[in-house]
Design a protein around this ligand. Sequence first.
Ligand SMILES: [Zn+2]
Length: 203
Amino acid sequence: MNQSFIPGDSAINRLIQELNKLPGIGPKSAQRLAFYLLRASEEQAKLLAEAILSLKKKVSLCSVCFNVTESDLCSICRSDKRERSQLCIVEQPQDILALEHTGVYHGMYHVLHGAISPTEGVGTDDIRIKELLNRLRDGIVKEVILATNTNLEGEQTALYLSRLISPLGIKVTRLARGLPFGTELEYADDVTLTRAIEGRQEF
Ligand SMILES: [Zn+2]
């Protein structure tokens, strides 16, 4: 579609530009969504706008594990039904959703918010490693499960963490079996993830 008939500073163009910044939304999809919203009812557009605003207003990070939450502690950290001796390390909050969906893991989590990537300038101080080490100090955690992605960054991060954590006398395991190299956890299916958790191996 030729966009030149739409003035650059028009409301529709502003929306197209904003939508185009979202992951997985190219210029064509952005146009399709913008014109869809133009035709949609005022009510529908309002609900979408309000949902985005309330997301930014209400959702923050858990002060212990850095999962998303609408209070100080996330529901997992608040729960008294979780196994506190197991700590599963993930890159992103959406990885927790994937693992929880399998229903086989009942321990705690720690979200790094990224992975070490020298090529993208992400160093060890840029993700929540310091906070992780602080959590391990009280001796409650007996096993750390490294559930970073199985791509290069995830593997580098797992290796780095295992070298830090193993000397503390804590068992370090890594999700393994069934997860092919290059897998992002959030896109892995339940069966594969369940096998990966149950078949985790000492790192
Ligand atoms: Zn939490």
